[in-house]
Design a protein around this ligand. Structure first.
Ligand code: SF4
Ligand code: SF4
Length: 224
């Protein structure tokens, strides 16, 4: 089931990405100086028409991304406010990271606040059979896609009733969960509707960020 969701997500992203790339390209053209012929990814003399076009594009892209980000995040938050946690406890018992405990410790020592908070509550599982019991669909999805290199953690503070035994002191990452509509949520998570409604907004934001960053990096590289 999650494998199908994974495939659908990839296909949706491809579609949104291509549409967004077309929109951005049209906006790039819309600020092209009248009568100017040339490619956006070419080095021009500083102060020339081509150079001015590139500067206009960079500033236009910044404004475009800020606008999308602001309204997108507002929309995602509004959808989130409509949902509630139903205390299934899975997110406390099943945290996935691409980093091992030692790598997380190193990151935390180097000032990574997320890693620091993560380590303040989560500990690694001793064996995979325990992990598979908590969220079998997720493990199956990783297997189906041939994905490996993930580490699984759980929080010892979750009670038998799936409540947080240290609720008042839980770190911000717990308060914020779930914060990414593209991430897979446990089957019965109370935020499923939020994910459904927010997913396309989030994919659009990702596409905007990826494409705009591509333009910015490529143009800047021309003058290094
Ligand atoms: S601190 Fe509480 S909310 Fe956070 S993972 Fe542990 S049990 Fe869950
Ligand atoms: S997985 Fe969703 S519903 Fe379950 S405890 Fe976490 S936030 Fe709440």
């Amino acid at each position: 089931m999650l494998t199908a969701e994974y495939d659908r997500l990839k296909s949706d992203y491809r579609e949104i990405f291509l549409k967004t790339a077309g929109e951005v390209r049209a906006e790039v053209e819309s600020v092209r100086p009248e009568g100017f012929v040339g490619d956006i990814f070419k080095t021009y003399k500083v102060g020339s028409e081509g150079f001015k076009w590139q500067q206009a594009v960079l500033s236009m892209l910044d404004i475009r991304y800020c606008g999308y980000r602001k309204s997108g995040l507002r929309q995602i938050q509004a959808y989130r406010d409509e949902c509630n946690c139903i205390n299934c406890g899975v997110c406390c018992k099943f945290a996935v990271s691409e980093f091992s405990i030692d790598e997380l410790r190193l990151k935390a020592e180097n000032g990574d606040n997320y890693a620091y908070q993560f380590l303040s509550v989560f500990v690694p599982y001793d064996n995979m059979s325990e992990v598979e019991k908590i969220y079998p669909e997720y493990i199956q999805m990783l297997k189906d896609n041939g994905e490996s290199g993930y580490y699984f953690y759980h929080c010892p503070k979750v009670t038998e009733d799936n409540l947080c035994s240290d609720y008042e002191n839980r770190p911000q990452i717990c308060k914020d969960f779930p914060d990414n509509p593209i991430a897979f949520l446990p089957k019965n998570c109370g935020f499923k509707d939020w994910k459904l409604k927010s997913e396309s907004v989030s994919l659009k934001l990702n596409a905007e960020a990826e494409i705009i960053n591509f333009y910015k990096v490529k143009i800047k590289e021309l003058y290094e």
